[in-house]
Design a protein around this ligand. Structure first.
Ligand SMILES: NC(=O)C1=CN([C@@H]2O[C@H](COP(=O)(O)OP(=O)(O)OC[C@H]3O[C@@H](n4cnc5c(N)ncnc54)[C@H](OP(=O)(O)O)[C@@H]3O)[C@@H](O)[C@H]2O)[C@@H](O)CC1
Ligand SMILES: [K+]
Length: 519
C-alpha cells in the first residue's frame, strides 16, 4: 500500500499558498508541460533536465549506503528522464549502469538526445534489457525504473514484460520515476497487466489517480511528489473535480479561534453512541469531539456507560438513553448530531435511530451501526437529511449501496449516490475520499497503517461532528475532519510507532495538529 510523505520543493519552486492541488489526468499533465514551456520560455529538454535534477537532488539527499544505481530506461520521455538522471548521478561520482532496449532504438526526441549523451560517457555501462537475466547486482544497488511513465497506453508485452517480471524478483530497492512502469495513471489497471512493484515512487509535480486506490496504489510504495515548477497559472485554470487535501486547502478551511468568545460560540455537539460492551466507542467519539474544539458536548448512551463516560470524559454531559443499549432519546435542542459508534443493532435501538434520522432536518454525521441499520432497507436511505455526512468503510458502503467491481468503480458509485441523496460520503480507506453532492472527490494524504484499528473510526465521527457544530460547512467539516484525524495519527505514530498507537493516542495528538496550524 502506498504511503505519501511530503512534497519536496527545490527552493526555487515554492508553490503559491493559495493554489491547492488538483488531480489532473495524463492528458492534462501533458498540456501543463506544453504550457509551462511557452510560459517560461524553455525547451522540453530543459524541462526534462529540471525534472532529472530535482530527482537527483532528492535521491542524494535521502538515500544512504549506496554507491550504485542501475537505471532502466524506456523509449519515451520517462526513459529520457532516466538517461538524464544517469548522467547527473555519474557526474556526482556514483556508479551508474544503464539498461535499455538496444535492439529497438526508436526513442522520443528528448530521450534520444539524453541517450546520446549517456552513450558518449565511457564511464557509464550501457546494456540491453535482456542482459538483466544474467546480471549479478551488487548488494545495496538501487534500481531506478524509468521504463514507462504516464504515456503507457496498453499492456506491456514481450521483452519488456519479461524484464519487469525479472526486476520484480530482484531483492534490491526499486524506485520508480513518475509512476511504476505498467500502471495506467488515470484509472483501473487490469489484473493481467505486468507492473513494476516499487518501494518508492518519485512523481513529478502531480499526484496521479492510480496512487489513491488499493488495486493500483499497492505498486507505488512510498510516494514522494517532486515539485518541478510546472505553471501555476495552468494548474489554477485547469478543470478538475478531484482534489488532493493538502495543507494549502486546509489552511483555507481552518478558522482560528477568536478572542471574546464563549462556549456557546463553538456549538453543541451530541454524540449518540455505545451499548453494553461497546461503551469505548462512545468514549472515543466524545473525547475526539471535545479535543477538536466543541463548545458544549453531550453523549447520549445507555446507563451502563454512565460511570465510564463521566470518568473518562468529565467535560461532556451524559444523557441516559436506555439500560444496556439505546432505547429512547431525549436530546437537547439545536444540538448537532453524530450517531452510530458502538450502537449495536437491537430492535429498539433500530427503531429509535430510524425515527431520529427520519425527523431530523439539520445535517448530521452518520456512522457504523447507524449505517448498518439504514442498509437494512434501501427505502431508509431517503431519510438521511440533506447535506449530512455518512462515513462508511468499504464493507458498510457495500451494504448500503451494493458491490462494485473495484475501488475505482466504488468511487463512481459513491459520486452518483452523493448526488442522488444530496449528502457527503466519507469513503474510509488508506486514502479516505470525501465525495460531495456535486460529485467532487477530495483525496486525503494524511494517516498511516497504524490507524487501521478498532476505534479509529469512532474518533473520526467525533471530530467531524464537532467541526459541524462549530459552524464549518458539511463539506469543510468532512475535509478538515478527515485530514486532522490522519495528521493526529501521524503525530501519534511518530511518538509510539504504527504498531503501538491506539485511537486514544491519536485523540491526544489532535492538540499537536492544532499547534502546528497556528498562523
Ligand atoms: N509531467 C511532467 O511534468 C514531466 C514529465 N516528464 C516525463 O515524461 C513522461 C511521459 O513521457 P511520454 O509521454 O513519452 O510517456 P512514456 O510513458 O515515457 O512513453 C510512452 C511511449 O511508449 C509507448 N507505449 C505506451 N504503452 C506501451 C506499451 N505497453 N508497450 C510498448 N510501448 C508503449 C508510446 O508510444 P506508442 O507505441 O503508443 O506510439 C509512447 O511513445 C512522464 O511520465 C515523465 O516521466 C518529464 O520529462 C518532464 C516533466
Ligand atoms: K516509471
Amino acid at each position: 500500500m502506498c504511503e505519501i510523505v511530503e512534497i519536496y520543493f527545490l527552493p526555487k519552486f515554492v508553490l503559491n499558498p493559495f493554489i491547492f492541488m488538483k488531480l489532473l489526468n495524463a492528458n492534462q499533465i501533458k498540456s501543463a508541460d506544453k504550457f509551462t514551456l511557452e510560459e517560461q520560455k524553455i525547451s522540453s529538454l530543459q524541462l526534462m533536465e529540471r525534472a532529472a535534477e530535482t530527482a537527483v537532488e532528492y535521491l542524494i539527499s535521502k538515500i544512504r549506503n549506496t554507491q550504485k544505481f542501475c537505471i532502466f530506461c524506456g523509449k519515451g520521455n520517462n526513459g529520457g528522464d532516466g538517461f538524464a538522471i544517469a548522467r547527473l548521478l555519474y557526474q556526482k561520482s556514483y556508479d551508474v549502469e544503464v539498461f535499455t532496449d538496444l535492439s529497438n532504438i526508436n526513442f522520443s526526441d528528448e530521450a534520444k538526445t539524453n541517450f546520446q549523451k549517456v552513450k558518449s560517457i565511457s564511464g557509464i555501462d550501457l546494456n540491453d534489457f535482456s542482459e538483466v537475466e544474467n546480471m549479478r547486482f551488487k548488494a545495496n544497488s538501487i534500481i531506478l525504473d524509468c521504463i514507462f511513465g504516464i504515456g503507457l497506453n496498453r499492456k506491456i508485452e514481450g521483452k519488456i514484460e519479461r524484464l519487469i517480471q525479472v526486476l520484480n524478483t530482484i531483492n534490491l530497492k526499486k524506485i520508480s520515476i513518475d509512476i511504476p512502469s505498467g500502471l495506467l495513471s488515470d484509472g483501473f489497471t487490469p489484473n493481467d497487466f505486468t507492473v513494476l512493484k516499487a518501494d518508492e515512487t518519485l512523481s513529478f509535480q502531480f499526484w496521479k489517480k492510480a496512487f489513491f486506490y488499493p488495486e493500483t496504489g499497492r505498486f507505488c510504495g512510498k510516494i514522494q511528489i517532486l515539485n518541478i515548477g510546472i505553471s501555476e497559472n495552468f494548474i489554477a485554470s485547469s478543470e478538475s473535480t478531484e482534489y488532493i487535501i493538502d495543507e494549502h486547502l486546509i489552511k483555507n478551511i481552518y478558522q482560528p479561534r477568536e478572542d471574546f468568545v464563549n462556549k456557546g460560540t463553538f456549538g453543541k455537539t451530541v454524540m449518540i453512541a455505545g451499548s453494553y460492551g461497546k461503551i469505548g466507542a462512545a468514549v472515543l467519539a466524545t473525547k475526539a469531539a471535545l479535543k477538536s474544539g466543541s463548545g458544549l458536548t453531550f453523549c447520549a448512551a445507555p446507563k451502563c456507560g454512565y460511570n465510564v463516560l463521566q470518568n473518562s470524559a468529565p467535560e461532556a454531559m451524559f444523557i441516559e438513553s436506555g439500560e444496556n443499549f439505546i432505547e429512547f432519546l431525549d436530546l437537547p435542542e439545536d444540538g448537532v448530531l453524530g450517531i452510530g459508534p458502538g450502537l449495536g443493532t437491537e430492535a429498539d435501538t433500530e427503531k429509535v435511530v430510524l425515527n431520529l434520522i427520519k425527523n431530523q432536518k439539520m445535517p448530521m454525521v452518520i456512522d457504523a451501526d447507524a449505517l448498518n441499520i439504514l442498509s437494512k432497507n434501501k427505502d431508509f436511505l431517503k431519510y438521511i437529511p440533506t447535506n449530512s455526512i455518512i462515513t462508511p468503510h468499504p464493507k458498510e458502503f457495500e451494504r448500503l449501496f451494493g458491490a462494485s467491481k473495484n475501488a475505482f468503480e466504488r468511487t463512481e458509485l459513491a459520486k452518483r449516490k452523493a448526488k442522488e441523496l444530496n449528502i457527503f460520503i466519507v469513503l474510509k480507506g488508506h486514502h479516505t475520499q470525501i465525495i460531495s453532492p456535486e460529485k467532487e472527490v477530495f483525496y486525503n494524504i494524511t494517516g498511516n497503517s497504524g490507524m487501521a484499528k478498532g476505534g479509529s473510526g469512532d474518533a473520526l465521527t467525533g471530530i467531524i461532528t464537532s467541526f459541524l457544530s462549530q459552524n464549518y460547512s458539511p463539506k469543510n467539516a468532512a475535509i478538515f475532519g478527515v485530514w486532522l484525524h490522519g495528521k493526529a495519527g501521524d503525530f501519534a505514530a511518530e511518538k509510539y510507532s504504527k504498531e503501538s498507537i491506539l485511537p486514544s493516542d491519536l485523540i491526544e495528538n489532535i492538540a499537536e495538529v492544532f499547534k502546528d496550524l497556528q498562523p
